[in-house]
Design a protein around this ligand. Structure first.
Ligand SMILES: C[S@@+](CC[C@H](N)C(=O)[O-])C[C@H]1O[C@@H](n2cnc3c(N)ncnc32)[C@H](O)[C@@H]1O
Length: 238
């Protein structure tokens, strides 16, 4: 498969050497065309996934919600639409800058060492971000530190289609078509080879639920979106 050679250009191997500096640099490079590439690659489905994420969180107006790995804050403005005080947090300055015009507060910070006090947020969302964090288990424990008891976590992430024939077609699409389409629209196509590989290396729905629970969260449940291409995991801080 050509992807092995191509992904060397990004300096990243899915599930292996996700060094924070390399991840941030990769997102700095895709930032300029991140939003449009997302919409093209997902066939416009991303808007519905973001809406479902907001609904799964179920935050009430006035509550403080941290959107970790918020990137260009496209996920944060969707949360703010519910009247909550949504804050975007990301460690890629390039992504935050690309979303500078979005009217939500933004803070630079690492998911594994958040710049927030203990129990200071009512809820926390991470959309298409946890897969890229160097140590997702450390991040999940850090999320439990900053969310108050009774508060909610929602993880929106690519997952495993549940119907086996569809899963096969989808895997073919990921490994072959996605990098090709990205070459036409993205400002850093090689990053999308990493995207395909990192999705394949990511745990399926039950495995991710077990890791969320092991990190100190309770009442973990999930809902599949688009046949399991994406899964929303929801959990409560005990
Ligand atoms: C695919 S983008 C998702 C952006 C946004 N949440 C969305 O839904 O479009 C992933 C983001 O995760 C960020 N990221 C990865 N690891 C991170 C970490 N350890 N701390 C903070 N941000 C991180 C990257 O900089 C990037 O902006």
């Amino acid at each position: 498969m050509g992807s092995r050679r191509d992904s060397a250009h990004t300096g990243l191997r899915a599930g292996l050497d996700k060094q924070p500096r390399d991840v941030a640099a990769m997102f700095d490079r895709v930032a300029r065309r991140y939003d449009v590439t997302n919409t093209v690659l997902s066939g416009g489905l991303d808007a519905g996934w973001r809406r479902a994420t907001r609904e799964a969180l179920g935050a009430r107006p006035g509550e403080v919600v941290l959107d970790v790995a918020a990137g260009t804050a496209v996920s944060t403005v969707e949360l703010a639409a519910a009247g909550v005080h949504a804050i975007a947090c990301d460690f890629s300055q390039g992504m935050l800058r690309a979303g500078a015009a979005r009217p939500v507060p933004k803070v630079a910070g690492d998911a594994m060492a958040l710049p927030l006090a203990d129990a200071s947020a009512d809820g926390l969302v991470i959309s298409f971000g946890l897969r890229n964090v160097a140590d997702p288990d450390v991040a999940l424990r850090e999320f439990a530190r900053v969310v108050r008891p009774g508060g909610t976590l929602v993880v929106c992430e690519f997952s495993s289609p549940t119907w086996a024939p569809f899963r096969t077609v989808y895997t073919e699409y990921l490994m072959r078509a996605l990098p090709r389409i990205a070459r036409a629209v993205s400002s850093n196509p090689d990053a999308y080879v990493y995207l395909a590989e990192s999705i394949r290396a990511w745990p399926d729905q039950p495995a991710l639920a077990a890791r969320i629970q092991a990190a100190g969260w309770a009442d973990v449940e999930w809902r599949d979106l688009t046949g399991g291409i994406v899964a929303l995991h929801r959990a409560v801080r005990p």
